[in-house]
Design a protein around this ligand. Structure first.
Ligand SMILES: [Zn+2]
Length: 87
């Protein structure tokens, strides 16, 4: 059985899972230092896992944001400005 693992937005510290009534959980996301074997198999050993202390929903960091998107942020303003000046 595989668990649903949500992606944690950069800087997100509260759970945004909704309960049956549609209310946000807002539980505190805590680093989970001892994931069980199932979880390790799903996400790999190198990945940081966070777990909501209220509903126990699992989160992993949004890895794409940290690496490639972060690089693009530094490059894009320069090229935008260049395009603007040429007009
Ligand atoms: Zn929660």
């Amino acid at each position: 059985m595989t668990k649903a693992i949500k992606e944690k937005k950069p800087g997100q510290r509260a759970c945004d899972e909704r309960d049956a009534k549609g209310e946000l959980c807002v539980g505190h996301l805590k680093r989970w230092f001892a994931p069980d074997e199932e979880t390790l198999k799903q996400v790999g050993k190198e990945v940081e896992i966070y777990r909501c202390e209220r509903c126990h929903t699992l989160y992993r960091p949004a890895s794409t944001d940290d690496s490639s998107a972060g690089l693009r942020f530094t490059v894009r303003p320069v090229s935008l400005l260049g395009g603007f000046l040429r007009k």
